[in-house]
Design a protein around this ligand. Structure first.
Ligand SMILES: C[S@@+](CC[C@H](N)C(=O)[O-])C[C@H]1O[C@@H](n2cnc3c(N)ncnc32)[C@H](O)[C@@H]1O
Length: 318
């Protein structure tokens, strides 16, 4: 059932398009093409093989030159074993990326070997977990993204390289009641100078931000679709904030909710392009505004049959 979910098939096509878009530049830059948490089936990697992006020998295994373009990190031991059998030639690292990236410690970086792996042109964090905030306000997943962005910035020996983040999360926000209110206030603060984004929030979240700020416990009684819409605004805004401050221009290509059937877990998924802002003429604040203004064009939901419905700023409520 899980394997053939049409919505996920659509989302894998988005990932495939991103990988194709980076293929030549990744070779030229000498960086891995695709970093993924593949799961036991590795369906995203299989798609790259089926589409000829990653080549296999006649006998079946991935050709050695292409195997080194894929970084497969999987924390689950059983899944690693199954995956190695299913995709011969694939090098699977049985590790947890939270440890590899020390994501609870903002200033601790991986060693140079691991840094090279995280400099992949497309980084796909297809999590089966919720957005969790620590009591001190830090969000480990966002810490990880900040760190991965800093690794792509390079250093004195390596220039910055453009990359794409694919991120998937359960539509759930785990934090204290006070933090819930703070997230609502953060969104309100970030949308006021972007009329289309403000309209999107007014249309699709209506009075819910005010409600969340005043009575944070309402989140527990909200329909999951509301939490999806909240995260579809909150997560990209947080990523735009952290990335622009570091010198990136962020183009959100897809910001989507999916998992509409009662037996499915409601999810949110994002495809976000990071381009190094090397003009030096625009300030991070101006860049952030441009990135936020582009956000409504990316908002959509993937329906149960795999079709994509754009969610315009002034549309009907989903
Ligand atoms: C949703 S599955 C990936 C599916 C795959 N991307 C696809 O297209 O079929 C997520 C996988 O990530 C693994 N995972 C989750 N958190 C992880 C972490 N912090 N480090 C490494 N693997 C993780 C899980 O064990 C699971 O197998």
């Amino acid at each position: 059932m899980e394997l053939s979910r049409p919505a996920k098939i659509t989302i894998r096509q988005w990932w495939l398009a991103s990988v194709r878009a980076h293929d030549k530049a990744a070779l030229a830059n000498g960086v891995p093409l695709y970093l993924t948490l593949p799961g036991q089936h590795g369906l995203d990697i299989k798609l790259l093989i089926d589409e000829g992006v990653i080549r296999t020998t006649e006998a079946g295994p991935i050709v050695a030159a292409d195997a080194s373009r894929i970084v497969a990190i999987e924390s689950n031991m059983m899944a690693c074993g199954l995956l190695r059998k299913k995709i011969p030639g694939l090098s699977v690292r049985q590790e947890n990326i939270s440890g590899m990236l020390s994501w609870n410690f903002p200033d601790v970086f991986p060693d140079s070997k691991n840094k090279k792996q995280f400099r992949a042109a497309v980084v796909n964090l297809d999590f089966n977990q919720s957005l969790k905030m620590h009591p001190d306000g830090t969000i480990p997943v966002l810490n990880a993204i900040d760190k991965i962005a800093r690794i792509h910035e390079g250093d004195i020996n390596r220039p910055p390289i453009d990359w794409t983040l694919c991120l998937t999360l359960n539509a759930d926000l785990i934090c204290t009641p006070q933090q819930r209110g703070e997230q609502a206030a953060f969104i309100a603060d970030q949308v006021f100078d972007c009329p289309d984004l403000m309209l999107w929030v007014e249309t699709h979240l209506r009075d819910q931000l005010d409600e969340l700020e005043q009575k944070p416990e309402v989140l527990d009684s909200w329909d999951k679709a509301i939490v999806q819409r909240l995260l579809m605004v909150l997560v990209p805004l947080r990523i735009i904030q952290l990335a622009c401050a570091r010198g990136w221009r962020v183009n959100c290509q897809y910001v989507a909710g999916y998992g509409e059937h009662p037996q499915e877990t409601p999810m949110v998924t994002f495809v976000i392009n990071f381009e190094w802002n090397d003009t030096g003429r625009v300030t991070p604040a101006q860049t952030s505004k441009t990135c936020r203004e582009q956000l409504p064009a990316a908002m959509c939901r993937v329906l149960g049959d795999g079709s994509v419905e754009h969610l315009p700023a002034s549309g009907t409520l989903w």
